[in-house]
Design a protein around this ligand. Sequence first.
Ligand code: 0CG
Ligand code: SF4
Length: 346
Amino acid sequence: MPLPRIPRRREPLKDTAGVGQKRVLLASPRGYCAGVDRAVIAVEKALERFGAPVYVRKQIVHNIHVVTELEKQGAIFVEEVDEVPAGAHVVFSAHGVSPAVVNAASDRGLRAIDATCPLVTKVHREAVRFARDDYEILLIGHVGHEEVEGTAGEAPDHVTIVNSPDEADTIEVRDPSKVVWLSQTTLSVDETMETVRRLRARFPELQDPPSDDICYATQNRQVAIKKVAKDADLVIVVGSANSSNSVRLVEVALEHGAKAAYRVDYADEVEQAWLEGVETVGVTSGASVPEVLVQQVLDDLAAAGYRDVEEVRTAEEDLMFSLPKELRQDAAGKRDDRALGGRSRP
Ligand code: 0CG
Ligand code: SF4
């Protein structure tokens, strides 16, 4: 999709005199993960295939720029499926939906395209399986986040949400010998492990998930920013306020040595005052952030004298997901197995 230059809202950043060796440490991996790439392309493909408008339940990914650009192409974002005209196409966002939402869409005769990330679907399956075996599921995650609502909705009678490490100290369970913890995919790894430690102190028989629920992209971006943060006077995270994984990057940076860390949606939110006395700026972005937005931050930093950019790479990513099954056939009925994801697109 075309991602034009964002109009400026403030004066260009100035080169502050008196600061020594100015440089940028650019975290890698950063930006688009495989699930986001797939979800965004699914909306674009649906528009191409079925024509505008295509409805999308909730933000397809938690990034204001992505949503705005897709709106320009004819996507209409709604909160619930009852806002979608009967018979229309509706895309479910990358964060997943509960069975109740799937049923509501089908009852309205909507043609659903499921862009749920396969790594979220994996957690849904775990929830279904443990509920079937009559476990109580302690779902570590943020109350109100769409992904948590979707996963909890798979087994509402078996799921208790643990919203913070402190809640682990007070939560009550029916049978401490039959409890398992699962989690949202985009949490802080360290904070989640602290929550698990506190849960296990109270429920020693607590079972672990069969595999990591916090996804590879969330983990990799946190490892990279930790390495950058220890040498950074300032860390800038590009990402939206409702993007869990982006907000976690600010927290992780501060916990790992960054003297200051801020989140911005757009380059023009970077304030001149943040650069006062700053030699090293760390830069990263959340899993829902197009690379063009990072490049604009780098351009502005260069104008302020931070021209020396060093990439700090802690992992290679090459995971790709195929399109949602509803989009895998092209208009002529031929199978379209285009593999997607894992790379930040311009
Ligand atoms: O990090 P969360 O789960 O809030 O989502 P975002 O859309 O920012 O990125 C990953 C996905 C989907
Ligand atoms: Fe999937 Fe992880 Fe990306 Fe979420 S952040 S869409 S779980 S790969």
